[in-house]
Design a protein around this ligand. Structure first.
Ligand code: ADP
Length: 264
């Protein structure tokens, strides 16, 4: 940690076939990491070679959500990522002791990201998903610099307070000239346990509002890819390391997330 990368970033080489997606949100707690692990697990289940890079330095939760408890190993200066549900995983959390808070500063974060991209033995990936820290932070800009062909996925809830910051997170793409592949509205509704009704716990319309606004600002169509309901088992799956997309791919939320995974 802290050294300089020893190799070129394979995903930034001309002819790289790996699709690289940064998963961004404005606020924390909107389900960015949950969406990331479910998309990754779903893609791996359908036979793709998938990696997840947990770049949410201050709130790393990916290893728990995927049930990864083995540390990475090292082979000839390359970091070998542990695997779970067919997904290769690297997280800043794997390089800190215990549950110590991370206090890395901007330049160190940039170097850490660079090393994770270049010194981890990812192999031939079809897709690399990066769980970015919430907000319009340095890491999103670093990703664009390190992998110019990377694209962004924006996760929001339907709530206005979340959409305003989500828009700002998305408009970083104007500055970095990245493509935004779409918006995912998470926690879109709570299915009523007693009837067929839906409870709009966090209001409604936020996902579409973000998609329309980003389309205008970026000058290309940014679709609302999906609306994912609140599902207790999605939360439980995150807590016990088995994503819903694996434990029950035919649940409503599981099917919706699978649909997004197929479109990416
Ligand atoms: P973020 O990465 O944006 O901070 P998380 O993915 O950690 O958000 O989600 C925050 C909390 O909400 C977690 O406890 C997670 O299990 C839960 N959660 C996320 N999406 C859903 C959902 N659709 N239904 C139920 N719980 C959810």
């Amino acid at each position: 940690r802290g050294g300089t990368a020893t190799r070129a970033i394979p995903f930034a080489q001309p002819g790289s076939l790996t699709r690289v997606y940064g998963v961004a949100s404005g606020k924390g707690g909107v389900g960015k990491s949950s969406v990331t692990v479910n998309l990754a697990a779903s893609m791996a289940r359908s036979g793709l070679s998938v990696g997840v890079l947990d770049a949410d330095i201050y709130g790393h939760s990916i290893p728990r959500m995927l049930g990864v408890n083995r540390p990475p190993t090292q082979v000839e200066k390359m970091i070998m990522p542990p695997q779970a549900h067919g997904v290769k995983v690297i997280s800043t959390g794997m390089f800190t002791r215990g549950n110590q808070p991370v206090t890395w500063r901007g330049p160190m974060l940039h170097r850490a990201l660079e090393q994770f991209l270049s010194d981890v033995f990812w192999g031939d990936l079809d897709v690399l998903l990066l769980d970015l820290p919430p907000g319009t932070g340095d890491i999103a800009i670093s990703l664009a610099q390190l992998v110019p062909s990377s694209e962004l996925l924006v996760v929001t809830t339907p709530q206005l307070a979340a959409t305003e910051v989500a828009e700002r997170a998305g408009t970083v793409a104007v500055q970095t000239r990245q493509n935004v592949v779409g918006v995912i509205e998470n926690m879109a509704w709570l299915p009523c346990p007693h009837c067929d009704g839906r409870v709009d716990v966090f209001g409604s319309g936020g996902g579409m509002a973000v998609a329309e606004r980003l389309s205008r600002v970026l000058g290309h169509e940014v679709p609302l890819l999906a609306q994912v309901p609140i599902d207790v088992r999605l939360r439980e799956g995150g807590d016990n390391g088995v994503p819903l997309a694996i434990s029950d791919p035919d649940s409503e939320a599981g099917k919706i997330l699978r649909g997004v995974a197929e479109r990416l």
